[in-house]
Design a protein around this ligand. Structure first.
Ligand code: OSB
Ligand code: MG
Length: 370
């Protein structure tokens, strides 16, 4: 498709409730919404870089810079055929996966609209609804945490993930396990431990957790391999898996038994599909991670999670868990069986609420083909 125009919308949206992890506390979330125009159609994508480089080195600022100065010139006025064509074009830009992935998502949306196919159909997804859970941030105390978890359980979430950090680990997880003996429970450290400090996590092995997510450094695979040997509970890598190649390294050295797939972190949906396929070949289950997306990114996550090897529940909660007024006309609701329906419309299957987009826009920037 011949790309005629690229618009970057820098948004800031208040979160329904603050989200605290080992790398910080957010009361609102920033992102960059990408709008591509080609052949009379508009495609939308979400770049999941945030204001601060806490989860990842990228920010809304670096993503805007990379997209304007380096990605846009490789696309404007050019015929971009598909996601792999896009990946070849941006291959010379080192890193900046979150920036690239935002554009790749918008391209999938365009292609789906052109061919009248949903993203799920394009990816060969097998499910029309996917199992989901909720990711609960650090709370004031284990008591408050149990109360917060209870609220989500009452809403119908059958899988809970809690954030942990040094000093707020075994105690928090034990309190939740005690209050909910049978719930599917997992923890996420967002790389807050070292191999030494992770020794305090040993009691987690007796809490019947689905997995322990990213306990060690964000760029580490080797120490995770050492730690996995000491735990019965599967270690799941998030931050460390930034490409299909890294997934292969982790699998080859047994650094983890599960991988969290985020298209943003991997540089695009196409790269997420590759990691999905690789894990399937090697018998590793995968699940879809989340980045507190708007409904744009959530639509993409739901389509990915419909693929066969996404056998664990995703960090994809209902729209109302994140924002009171999202930027699409559609809303994603939790079904009573802790699932969310996969969108059926062409591309991402969402339409933008222009008033909401404008309301949250800090700035926008348009680039057109000559
Ligand atoms: O590590 O999975 C993570 C949110 C922002 C950055 C990193 C992570 C998260 C979450 C939230 O856990 C998942 C969601 O979108 O519900
Ligand atoms: Mg994580």
């Amino acid at each position: 498709m011949k790309i005629e125009s690229i618009t970057l919308h820098h948004l800031r949206m208040p979160l329904v409730s603050p989200f605290e992890t080992s790398f910080g506390r957010e009361t609102d979330r920033e992102c960059v919404i990408v709008e591509l125009q080609a052949d009379g159609l508009t495609g939308w994508g979400e770049c999941v870089a945030t204001r601060d480089p806490g989860y990842n080195y990228e920010t809304t600022g670096t993503a805007t810079h990379i997209l304007k100065e380096f990605v846009a010139p490789l696309m404007l006025g050019k015929n971009v055929n598909d996601a792999l064509d896009f990946q070849q074009r941006v291959d010379g830009i080192r890193g900046h996966n979150l920036a690239k992935a935002g554009v790749e998502m918008a391209l999938w949306d365009l292609l789906g609209k052109r061919d009248d196919k949903s993203l799920r159909e394009m990816l060969g997804g097998e499910r029309d609804k996917v199992e989901v859970g909720v990711s609960v941030g650090l709370q004031e105390s284990p008591q408050v945490l149990v109360r917060t978890v209870n609220g989500y359980v009452e809403k119908g979430y059958a899988r809970i993930k809690i954030k942990i950090k040094p000093g707020r680990d075994v105690g928090d997880a034990s309190a939740v396990r005690k209050a909910f003996p049978n719930i599917r429970l997992q923890v996420d450290a967002n790389s807050a431990f070292s191999l030494e400090s992770a020794q305090t996590l040993r009691p987690l092995d007796d809490l019947n957790l689905l997995l322990i997510e990213q306990p060690l450094f964000e760029d580490d695979i080797w120490d995770h391999h050492k730690l996995q040997k000491e735990f019965k509970t599967p270690i799941c890598l998030d931050e460390s898996i930034v490409s299909p190649r890294h997934a292969r390294y982790a699998i080859e050295i047994n650094a983890c038994r599960v991988i969290n797939i985020k298209a943003g972190r991997l540089g695009g949906i196409s790269q997420g599909v590759m990691v999905h396929d690789l894990c399937q070949e090697h018998g590793l289950p995968v699940w879809c991670g989340g980045m507190l997306e708007t409904n744009v990114g959530r639509a993409s996550n739901l389509a990915m999670a419909s693929m066969k090897n996404f056998v664990l529940p995703g960090d994809i909660s209902a729209s109302e868990r994140y924002y009171t007024n999202d930027i699409t006309n559609e809303t994603f609701k939790l079904n009573p069986d802790s699932t969310i329906d996969v969108p059926r419309g062409p591309g991402l299957g969402i339409t933008i609420d222009d008033a909401a987009l404008k309301k949250y826009e800090l700035s926008s920037f348009n680039l057109k083909a000559e």
